[in-house]
Design a protein around this ligand. Structure first.
Ligand code: ZN
Length: 132
């Protein structure tokens, strides 16, 4: 089976919500900055009052790579991409598509959740309604 990232104390709540297929983005209650990855203090102002805000689940494909060989459990070819979420933060994630050759920088994408054992993993897929 593909690996699953082990949560840390700072990321446990965020990963628990991913397991429920709910994407959230941490936001600082002091300066209102959004950020990812989840952490216990704001990377902009240092405040420790952080809330997890429901995300739109949409974003833009900023860059990607197609891997033609992968570690055990990964079916090549598969794509990894840098997504800029609608809320602003960027996330490196798997890109799920049946037409890997059609991926293009600037594509609109939406969050999808891959089942891995007891857990879910955040991926993104092309958003057919929002692309071009
Ligand atoms: Zn802040």
């Amino acid at each position: 089976m593909k690996p699953v990232a082990p949560p840390t104390p700072d990321t446990q709540e965020w990963f628990d919500l991913i397991d429920q297929q709910r994407l959230t983005v941490p936001r600082c209650r002091s300066c209102a900055s959004f950020f990812l990855y989840p952490r216990s203090s704001c990377p902009r102002c240092g405040a420790r009052e952080i809330e997890l805000v429901p995300a739109a689940g949409t974003g833009t494909l900023l860059s990607f790579v197609i891997n033609h060989r992968g570690p055990a459990g990964f079916d090549a070819p598969y794509a990894l991409g840098m997504i800029e979420l609608a809320e602003g933060p960027r996330v490196l994630t798997g890109i799920v598509t049946d037409d890997i050759d059609a991926l293009a920088v600037g594509d609109s994408v939406r969050a999808v959740f891959e089942e891995r054992g007891e857990r879910r993993v955040l991926n993104f897929a092309p958003d057919e309604e929002g692309t071009r």
